[in-house]
Design a protein around this ligand. Structure first.
Ligand code: GAP
Length: 478
């Protein structure tokens, strides 16, 4: 059979994302993130792949610390929550049952003139913040025709295609032959929890009310992905599905909203940069009885970091219907059978990391020899807890510093650095968010003491080497 050739595309035919040049309010954060090994542009040496990012050594540690704190608060410290690690690839029926195949889509429009691509609802909000939310495709079409909207990229008027729905799930195929099943990369971790509800009830000693938590990658083919790691096509979620008896969901919902807010404050986010926004009725997802977003005040404005939804019994009932297997909980004390209701706090790890960096970032221009850029991270989050420096490489100071490194490494994330002027080494650690630095100097050889410098105040105290583990344990462990 003759191979069919795809029609050649001229470069200007390629749909583009909104390329309008605007001053990036995140510029300094993005620059620090790259300069200090937190976040690199994805596939950098190949010229980059739009909207993908790689996390460098310090970003990796920061993500790990966030995950550990979340897991501790949502699983280890809760007698009523267990963990799960389900597959990214699930049976395609899962996504039919959940409603994602039919309705996990955003309205898309293209400018016929310059081929820029937009999310129609976001463009309306950008142009007319007071326009009604949650418009249908027909309503959006009517709005664009009536307003003869100008394309933000090329400025031409009335050149938009009619809006159409664009499904956000990434499709792929199983197996090597082209005839195999179409499957999807999961767009949320939640469904892996719902389909394992019965397994967990049957194998673990859980009793409703209880929750199942998991951390993992999710994928969404976002039409407009932007604002650094705020909206990307590959990201990580930390979700928990809390199963409760019908009628108790409203109380649990309020419990989890408060618990999530407390968690954010406990890990160090400033209260004034957080707010709770309750969804209006016309904003709710079709399965939701009530949704609250916890939003963070990013440099580009308020943005959702945590969605808490009262998902009713929708998901469990749909999976029972589509799989043909009954999913019911038997309350042996009351001798009752019911399908549990679900409250779901769903958090984006990368968004939370961005909020943490924005919250911690500050620049000090006065009282320091040079401009001092600091990430004032809480010790529990900091990628490096303690920087260890010999004042000089010579005279045996480096050997003592390395011994201290070996003593502290089993307890804390530590970093050894002997290169450059001592002030520069402190400033580098300040930018990484390292809360404490130890310097070995000539007095150390005399009396076995070192200086311990605190990041925010830059104050130094002399402490005995033998006391370091205890002193730092008290300061670092939160
Ligand atoms: N299971 C429900 C659910 O997934 P969601 O509000 O769509 O709810 C939860 O997602 C969280 O996941 C969001 O609050 C956000 O922090 C994060 N998230 C969603 N889409 C994202 C994207 N494209 N890039 C980065 N994070 C995203």
């Amino acid at each position: 059979m003759k191979e069919e050739k795809a029609p050649e595309k001229k470069p200007q035919d390629k749909p583009k994302e909104n390329k309008k040049k605007v001053e990036d309010p995140l510029k300094d954060i993005v620059a620090l993130a790259k300069r200090r090994g937190f976040v690199y542009p994805g596939s950098d040496i190949y010229g980059g792949l739009a909207n993908t990012f790689d996390y460098g050594p310090y970003g990796t540690e920061l993500l790990r610390n966030i995950k550990d704190l979340w897991w501790r608060a949502f699983v280890r410290e809760r007698e009523d929550v267990v963990g799960l690690d389900s597959s990214i690839l699930l049976h395609p029926e899962v996504w039919k049952a959940s409603g994602h195949v039919d309705s996990f889509s955003d309205p898309l429009i293209d400018c016929k003139q310059c081929k820029s691509r937009f999310r129609a609802d976001q463009l309306v909000e950008q142009i007319a913040p007071d326009a009604p939310k949650g418009m249908s495709l027909d309503q959006l079409q009517e709005w664009f025709t009536k307003n003869q909207t100008q394309c933000p990229t090329c400025g031409s008027k009335g050149t938009f295609t009619p809006p159409r729905q664009f499904n956000l799930m990434f499709e792929t195929k199983t197996g090597a032959s082209g005839q195999d099943m179409t499957i999807y990369l999961r767009p949320e971790t939640a469904q892996g929890i719902f389909i394992n509800f019965k397994n967990i009830v049957d194998t673990c000693r859980v009793k409703v009310p209880f929750g199942v938590a998991q951390i993992g990658k999710s994928f969404r083919n976002e039409i407009v992905a932007r604002q650094f790691v705020f909206r990307t096509r590959e990201f990580e979620q930390m979700e928990m599905e809390f199963f409760c008896a019908p009628g108790t969901q409203a109380e649990w919902f309020e419990h989890w909203v408060q618990y999530c807010m407390d968690f954010l404050i406990r890990i160090g986010l400033k209260k004034e940069n957080l707010r709770v926004r309750r969804h209006e009725k016309d904003e709710l997802s079709f399965y939701s009885e009530g949704t609250v977003d916890i939003e963070y005040n990013f440099p580009f404005g308020w943005g959702e970091i945590w969605g808490i939804a009262s998902r009713t019994d929708y998901d469990l009932k749909r999976h029972a219907q589509f799989s043909g297997k009954p999913i019911e909980y038997h309350d042996s004390e009351k001798n009752e059978k019911f399908v549990p209701y679900v409250v779901e706090p769903a958090l984006g790890l990368n968004r939370l990391m961005l909020a943490i960096i924005c919250d911690a970032y500050y620049v000090e221009r006065e009282g320091t020899p040079e401009v001092r850029t600091v990430l004032g991270l809480a010790p529990g989050l900091a990628p490096v807890k303690v920087g260890i420096f010999p004042l000089m490489k010579k005279d045996g100071l480096a050997e003592i510093a390395r011994e201290i490194y070996k003593t502290l490494a089993p307890y804390f994330q530590v970093e050894y650095d002997q290169s450059g002027a001592i002030g520069r080494r402190y400033y580098r650690q300040d930018e990484l968010g390292t809360p404490f630095c130890i310097t070995v100097d000539y007095d150390t050889k005399e009396n076995n003491t070192v200086t311990l410098r605190e990041r925010d105040s830059t104050k130094q105290e002399r402490v005995k080497i033998e006391d370091l583990v205890k002193i730092l344990r008290d300061k670092v462990v939160s």
